[in-house]
Design a protein around this ligand. Sequence first.
Ligand SMILES: C[S@@+](CC[C@H](N)C(=O)[O-])C[C@H]1O[C@@H](n2cnc3c(N)ncnc32)[C@H](O)[C@@H]1O
Length: 221
Amino acid sequence: MEHTPEVQKQYFQFAYQTGSDIWSHLPYRFRAEAMLPDLPKDSLVLDVGSGRGLWAAKLVGLGYRVLGIDYIEEVVKKANDRIRDEGYQDRARFLVADVLDIPFVDAGFDLVTDVGTLQHLTHDLWDDYVREVARVLKPGGYMLKVSLSRKTTRFLGWNPGASSDGEFTKFGVHYHFFTEAEVDHLFSDDFDIIEHQYETYNTQSDPGDAVTLLFTLIRKK
Ligand SMILES: C[S@@+](CC[C@H](N)C(=O)[O-])C[C@H]1O[C@@H](n2cnc3c(N)ncnc32)[C@H](O)[C@@H]1O
């Protein structure tokens, strides 16, 4: 099936409806937490592509205030229900929105986090994505980005490590496996790269699959 933005959105919607969203259960949150910058309590964080809101809940537990955006209405509702059930509704809220058109004012956030969203945007949209993220961040604000890495050697029947461009499509969904150099280049105008780290996880996508994620902490100039 060919990739279109509509087919991809339907895929995410279906995955959340059926519980086949295996990404929600990858144990990336420990590494991501360890890489967070030292920010004052109550700092405001935007999580783009917030999914079920599990990472946002972790950030709330660390003392931050969090807004999450995702373009799948049902999962935004689930994330809001969950945060309300946990009694944190005054610390986190989820909204339906597109990461390419973030519905917030300029320079409002201390930190933006993205776990697994940029990798699903096609190359032609990357500059728009960076512009939006940079726009909503305060000067000196941070971004923690977690993406599929080109160091992955087996995932969904692919070997991204042997691929020259890291581009794949399955069920109409676009996947990009990043190199450090691509991330450095993409963010070079507006951000300073602080560090890259990697972690590999076995996944349930296919027996023997293991996905390597690239964690990058960057700071807006
Ligand atoms: C791989 S999932 C990761 C979800 C979550 N961050 C996590 O780690 O569990 C990617 C998420 O990005 C959302 N997404 C993809 N494209 C988006 C867009 N253009 N605007 C907003 N959300 C988007 C999807 O609905 C999905 O929830």
